[in-house]
Design a protein around this ligand. Structure first.
Ligand code: AMP
Length: 223
């Protein structure tokens, strides 16, 4: 089973993805995290990705698909996995289907209004070492500006600056939102409201995943 989390930047994909990971034991694969690590380590891919990420644009499909292919080959995603931030274009969605054609799919679109998104991204802080995410208002670290996990000083993501956020939202509308129609057409799309707390969003997501898993189980038994 693969769980695809769709939604604009700041809609809550990361937080919901973490809850899903804990609840179902499937690994969460966040292409943004993988790319930021590649940039930090200055790999050839990271160097190519950095210029797009810094400007709020999308990294070219072939680079991101190569990262996901490599990540899926790690072998811990046999029973299922959670995709956060991938696919972001219809071409990526098709590549994913070709990469792992046998997997049942469920798609959750987390919808949040622009005001909520801008407010959340303004308050978001990231641990540059372990990628843990905080929100200074709703999910603050125990000590101000310090990661609970490893004591590293938290940072703001460069691309959370307001002018880059506006660009990312535009890119989302133009290149990623068409996936909503794409997956709706396949009968795979579920919409949830993402304006509330993580608990409130997760409470809507959980029954969707439970039903999808039950359905996938039945299909396998029938085969
Ligand atoms: P995120 O952490 O998901 O907000 O991603 C941060 C940035 O990484 C995005 O603004 C893009 O530049 C890049 N990125 C992440 N995932 C993808 C993807 N699937 N396709 C293209 N670019 C991506």
């Amino acid at each position: 089973m693969r769980i695809i989390l769709l939604g604009a930047p700041g809609s809550g994909k990361g937080a919901v993805g973490e809850r899903l990971e804990r609840a179902y034991g499937f690994p969460r694969i966040a292409t943004g995290d993988l790319l930021r690590r590649a940039v930090q380590e200055q790999t050839p891919l990271g160097r190519r990705a950095a210029e797009h990420m810094g400007r709020g644009g999308l990294v070219p499909d072939e680079l991101v698909v190569a990262l996901v292919r490599e990540r899926l080959a790690a072998g811990d995603a046999q029973a299922g996995y959670i995709l956060d931030g991938f696919p972001r274009t219809i071409a990526q969605a098709r590549s994913l289907e070709a990469l792992d054609p046998g997997s049942a799919e469920v798609v959750v679109d987390i919808e949040a209004d622009e005001e909520t998104i801008v407010r959340r991204l303004e308050a978001r802080r990231l641990c540059p070492r372990c990628a843990a995410v905080y929100n200074v208002r709703s999910r603050p670290p125990r000590r101000a500006d310090v990661c609970d996990e490893d004591g590293e000083t938290l940072v703001r993501r460069e691309d959370d600056r307001p002018e880059i956020v506006r660009k990312r939202l535009r890119v989302y509308g133009e290149q990623t939102e068409p996936l909503v129609g794409y997956y709706a057409g396949k009968g795979l799309l579920h919409r949830v409201a993402g304006d509330g707390t993580v608990d409130e969003t997760f409470a809507q997501v959980r029954p969707i995943i439970d039903r999808a898993l039950a359905g996938a189980g039945k299909e396998q038994t029938a085969r």
